[in-house]
Design a protein around this ligand. Structure first.
Ligand code: ATP
Ligand code: MG
Length: 438
């Protein structure tokens, strides 16, 4: 069967007539005047392949993913080797502009033949609730991402999630990053909360540049290499180690810059670089298509959902009180639906007698047995306003401003299996000294 092809670009006429003369493997079903028209044609199910004859520079990862979601493979003509490699990195097959019709037809055929595999792998790796494309492969998504990480020997992604009500996601994520860095691990901390990014505030970084948005933009353009990731991130030094931070979009209206496909690439790139990528996520797990009729519209919750889908490990944190616990229970049920393989480690934060009564651990444990999902609460993090306020005020982490606090020790034990308390003195009475480098 002849492959239906759509084309775009001023140079398409020669290409079209060349392909038509072959009378066989491919049929040009529409000539488009611009990329937007090409995208619409692809999404209407008209074509199995698209040829971008000129202007390949306008192709981004997001566009390509949309076309691939419609089952379309893309061939773009360029004679620039750098552009060819950029195109490859976003899933486009490059070909030289001087290519003869027969070779172009066979490139198109190869691209279409491989799209089945490529799309299924990409769907598995990058699709899930966060995508308009498909909900089905969520289970495979987590499995595949773990397998990929294991196979490449790359680092792990640890997502910190929790329901609405400020249970302490950011505090936990930031301090987990600091604790891991203090053990000598290389760590990248990513602020992917599209509702209330606050990692930079907690760390006292006067940063308005939204490093994660920058990194996503570069990933979308297919130019996110190690050096670019370094440029987009800040290095935060403490006396006990250092870690890199991709700051979030502190202006609420910038959530649109954190597209799922680009974020996946950023997280994958970060995990190639670091032992652990810690992601501070938003609270909301609603699939945005339930909120919007435009199935291709950007999705505010995609960053959280995508982070949870690709994470090797999820920590779910809830506030240990009469409001926080039921929210956590409901939130975990939503999480199980949205990301079935997440297998979260449950942590209760802000544990205090005044809100629970005497023996809070016992009381909370019993309440969990009765109302919570199966599985135990893995850690009880005490309420410690003094330590948290001191950290916030000085823009530092607990291992520096409250190294011996029960809260800091509980967080360290949660993520550092062989944590010993006597290591804590390393940071005692030191204030965070940080050098910010781009
Ligand atoms: N164990 C704790 N004891 C006392 N205060 C805490 C504790 N954990 C967090 N807090 C405080 O609770 C507030 C919210 O914490 P944090 O910003 O980490 O929550 P969040 O879940 O990220 O909230 P948001 O919805 O804003 O993203 C902060 O003021 C923080 O200092
Ligand atoms: Mg937060």
């Amino acid at each position: 069967m002849s492959i239906p092809v759509v084309t775009v670009g001023p140079g398409q006429e020669d290409i079209v007539s060349g392909l038509e003369r072959l009378r066989g493997p491919v049929t040009v079903v529409r000539r488009c005047s611009e990329l937007a028209e090409l995208l619409a044609a692809c999404q209407s199910g008209l074509a199995a392949a698209a040829v971008v004859a000129e202007g390949s520079g306008e192709l981004t990862g997001t566009l390509v993913e949309r076309m691939q979601a419609a089952g379309v493979s893309i061939v773009a003509l360029t004679d620039d080797p750098l552009e060819a490699s950029r195109l490859r990195s976003i899933g486009v097959v490059p070909a030289p502009p001087a290519i003869d019709a027969r070779s172009l037809a066979s490139s198109i055929t190869d691209a279409v033949d491989s799209v089945q595999d490529r799309f299924s792998v990409q769907t598995v790796l990058h699709a899930g609730f966060s995508d308009a494309v498909s909900r089905a492969p969520v289970r495979a998504a987590a499995t595949a991402s773990v397998t990929t990480a294991a196979a490449s020997g790359a680092g792990r992604i640890l997502a910190v999630w929790g329901p609405a009500g400020s249970p302490g996601r950011t505090l936990l994520a930031v301090n987990i990053a600091a604790e891991l860095a203090a053990t000598g691990k290389s760590v990248v901390l990513v602020d992917a909360d599209t509702y209330g990014a606050s990692v930079s505030v907690l760390l006292g970084l006067l940063d308005e540049s939204a490093g994660l948005a920058q990194a996503c933009r570069m990933a979308d353009q297919g130019v996110l290499d190690d050096a670019a990731l370094d440029r987009a991130s800040l290095e935060v030094f403490t006396k006990s180690g250092s870690f890199r931070v991709l700051t979030g979009t502190t202006r609420a209206d910038r959530w649109i810059e954190l597209r799922a496909s680009a974020l996946s690439k950023v997280l994958e790139r970060a995990r190639e670089k670091a032992d652990t990528v810690v992601v501070d996520t938003g609270f909301c797990l609603e699939a945005d298509e339930e909120l919007s009729f435009d199935s291709m519209a950007p999705r505010r919750n995609a960053a959280t959902l995508r982070s949870l889908e690709v994470a090797d490990e999820v920590i779910a944190v809830g506030a240990a009180d009469a409001i926080g616990m039921p929210r956590l229970v409901r939130g975990l049920a939503e999480l199980a639906q949205a990301v079935p393989d997440a297998a979260p480690r449950v942590v209760l934060n802000k544990v205090r007698r005044s809100s629970v009564g005497r023996s809070p651990r016992k009381q909370l444990g019993e309440a969990w047995q009765r109302f919570g999902p199966t599985g135990d609460i893995e850690a009880f993090l005490p309420a410690d306003s003094e330590a948290c306020d001191a950290a916030l005020l000085s823009g530092s982490v607990l291992l520096e401003c409250a190294p011996d606090s029960a809260l800091r020790l509980a967080i360290a034990r949660l993520v550092c299996a062989d944590f010993q308390q006597n290591r804590t003195s390393a940071g005692r009475s030191t204030r965070a000294m940080r050098l910010l480098t781009r």
